[in-house]
Design a protein around this ligand. Structure first.
Ligand SMILES: Nc1nc2c(ncn2[C@@H]2O[C@H](COP(=O)(O)OP(=O)(O)O)[C@@H](O)[C@H]2O)c(=O)[nH]1
Ligand SMILES: [Mg+2]
Ligand SMILES: [Zn+2]
Length: 316
């Protein structure tokens, strides 16, 4: 069988790049599942697959096998609530791009993104873009957040594709790796990639287009080479991230500093809310655990609980 990497998916077709750099449009036959979860797209960008040629003239193939994944990133499907959507597979790291200005940073977004990447311990760099627009107050916010995330082991960068801030650092971060790149629409993801790459010219969009209704948003990820040794998987602008597919303990286990502290909680299944002798709450008191993280955690736990409650009622 032939082998290649999925570089793009458009619903039912997958573009597979083989060892000689050719791209073959492949489809899949049959059902694939993911740890018992229903998936909208059984094959993800970044997947290594084995395929056979179906039609020589049209250069199409059929994917027969997905090579075991090193890791993968899923989100709840934005369209089908009971399904998960595979964003990417086999990534070395993730880069989440945010900005404090234009559009304003959505409280909780970073922690939601981290909840998505943490189950596989995927290293994450948080990039604050559009630094050229930040005033003193914004830089204060940036430094405040940088401290919080650095302290728990995430890298943080300040960048601007307009004035060049941080671009060398970002390039170095991407070098030699396959990076999943995500963020909300309009944060400057495509602009940054274009600035870093001599060979790419991704479409960028006017901010005014983002708020409009009927805005065309694609939900398909795509793999690009930025240069000879850096590959990115560009994911479409993420509006919101919901976690219908998780349980409360999944959230607790994937807030990394909470998980670390939880060894010393009295109860093994402590959710760090009203339980006695909770080490997370003790660290919150002393300031070792950030209040911002804790509040976002509570929000996510509550969301997961509410969703699961209604799911259960409906199933009766
Ligand atoms: N001021 C400023 N504007 C930027 C920067 N990067 C991108 N933009 C603008 O933000 C808008 C959205 O950019 P785009 O790259 O399409 O964002 P994407 O949706 O994240 O891919 C465009 O109008 C860009 O010109 C930046 O670093 N500074
Ligand atoms: Mg874009
Ligand atoms: Zn606890």
């Amino acid at each position: 069988m032939l082998e290649g990497i999925v570089i793009r998916s458009t619903g039912s077709w997958y573009n597979v790049k083989n060892q000689s750099g050719e791209t073959i449009a492949c489809r899949i036959i049959g059902k694939f599942r993911l740890d018992g979860k229903k998936v909208t797209n059984p094959v993800a960008v970044g997947d290594h697959v084995k395929y056979v040629i179906e039609n020589e003239e049209e250069n199409t193939g059929i994917i027969k096998e997905i090579v075991d994944r090193k890791n993968y990133v899923v989100r709840q499907s934005p369209r089908k609530k009971h399904f998960v959507h595979l964003l990417a597979a086999n990534v070395d790291q993730a880069i989440v791009i945010v900005t404090i200005r234009e559009p304003k940073l959505k409280q909780g977004f970073i922690d939601r993104f981290l909840l998505m990447t943490e189950p596989y311990n995927i290293p994450v760099t948080i990039v604050f873009n559009k630094a050229d627009l930040y005033d003193k107050g914004d830089l204060g916010v940036y430094n405040y957040l940088k401290d919080i995330y650095n302290k728990i082991g995430y890298d943080v960068l300040l960048t601007s594709s307009i004035d060049g801030t941080g671009l060398e650092d970002l390039k170095a971060t991407l070098s030699g790796k396959v990076s999943l790149v995500g963020g909300q629409s309009g944060v400057g993801k495509s602009s940054l990639v274009n600035t870093l790459s001599d060979q790419l010219d991704l479409r960028t969009q006017d901010l005014s287009n983002y708020s409009g209704k009927g805005q065309h948003t694609t939900t398909f990820a795509e793999m690009f080479d930025i240069d000879e040794n850096s590959t990115i998987i560009d994911t479409p602008g993420i509006k919101t991230l919901a976690f219908n597919h998780l349980e409360v303990m999944d959230v607790a286990h994937n807030f990394r500093e909470f998980f670390e502290a939880s060894d010393e909680c009295k109860f093994g299944d402590c959710t760090h809310r009203n339980e006695p002798k909770c080490a997370v709450k003790a660290k919150l008191e002393t300031g070792e655990i950030s209040e911002l993280r804790y509040n976002n955690y509570l929000q996510l736990v509550e969301e997961v609980e509410d969703q699961n409650y209604w799911e259960r009622i409906k199933d009766v």
